[in-house]
Design a protein around this ligand. Sequence first.
Ligand code: ATP
Ligand code: MG
Length: 485
Amino acid sequence: MGSISLRGLMSFGDVAAEDDAVLEYFLTTEAVERLRVGDAFVVLGRKGAGKTALVRHFSEGQVGQLSRALNLRGYPWSLHSRRVDSGASPIEAFVSSWRYLIAIEVAAIILEASERPQSQKYLDLKEFFKENYGGPSPQLSDILRPPRLKVSRASIQPSVLGAMLGGIDLERGGGDYRLGLELNALSSTLLKTAIDIAKNEALPSISLHFDELDQGLSTFDEDRRRMLIGLILAARELRRESAAAGYMVNPIVYLRTDLWDDLDFSDKNKITETTAINLDWTSDTLFALVGARTGAKLGDGATWDDIASPGLMRGSQTKWNHIISRTFLRPRDVIKFMNAALSKAKTRSEEPLVFENHDIVNAREEYSAYLKRELDDEILPHWSQWGEALQAFSAISTVTFDKADFEREYSSKRSSKNMVASEDALGLLFRFSVIGYEKRSGYGGSSWVFQYSDPQAGWDAAAIKFKVHPGLKEYAKLSETRQIG
Ligand SMILES: Nc1ncnc2c1ncn2[C@@H]1O[C@H](COP(=O)(O)OP(=O)(O)OP(=O)(O)O)[C@@H](O)[C@H]1O
Ligand SMILES: [Mg+2]
């Protein structure tokens, strides 16, 4: 006690898992176990909820599986969009191309892990890779690139309607319904051959981790939606197919919640209920996440109490609750807030250095600007003029407001390009937890309902009183009560 100081600490970690030493203080959550045993294959979370952290845990940590991270940053979406299966319904037009891509990844992993490179199946599979990709480990972005796939080895030659195929043209004019049939047949033979090798050698199960599906997304158009749906359906098919063959392959799709909410296909509800995981955090689990970081960075046993003075903040609020109430209960929000508070604390010369209330207060400005940027990433693809709603808040200037206030200010800020009417704007803002609404209970009491903390509550179109999320207060320059005069 007393010897622990924040002075020498650079940060509480990077806010993005790709740049964070997250495996040094990874918190094992319920999601980890469900994914490990193959109980789920869709992982949903808002920005900063911990999708990439999970991907890194599985692909870089010791998990007793053959795991591979597939990062879709820079993925050639427009090339992929040309691999349409015209024989399938529009919603399923990309299932066969994803299924092929997954089969190729599985085969590549098994070739790499195999210890019997003399076996006939190994040689046949390897030849397929050599002929089409020049080697056994093609880049993700190259898998669907060849205009024509060649198949020369009899053992992996697919047949469609009784006819053996020597190759498959990927580049075809629209209206050719055979691409899907042929590609599906090829994927099945590749997968079967690879699984035979894996079973023969008793290789561990496989998990694939599709991350960053949202990268480079400026508008969420129909083609991109169909490609995401295609990936999800293909992943599910492949899970089933490999399970039926007695070998576990789990292709896991990590997706931002707002994108999932915008997808529409049959079985979506079923997947949500059974084989999807929501990355949900609570104040307690986030406290444990921060505890793991202080322990790892400041020496074992360093806890929150060692790095924060006990004095309460205004309204008898603890420092921790003050921070948490400004987040959407996401790890990135907490880490960002603490890093901002750390840089404020370091401007003081006390020793040992611990968080004081004013460090927390002073961190809010930088944190609030960060929160706005994160919301931009989430909301802009759905509503590119959402900033006009923020301007309306600023014009109202108080944290709480009435529906009529908003309608007045929003209609005066609203540009002609902005297609979102006032009513819909409130609903969208609620969906992203930018605002909450007042819920009246019997006996004259009331409470604020926010989507992120009360996901079951749903939107109340009849609500008349609203509150802006506290994390946006500084950005939008809001005060608790209306200035007089
Ligand atoms: N289980 C965990 N244990 C420790 N740290 C975690 C855990 N989950 C997330 N984090 C940390 O939280 C921060 C945000 O996580 P991450 O980058 O994985 O979010 P994300 O869901 O991938 O966000 P985005 O949608 O922006 O890509 C990172 O600093 C990450 O290391
Ligand atoms: Mg990520």
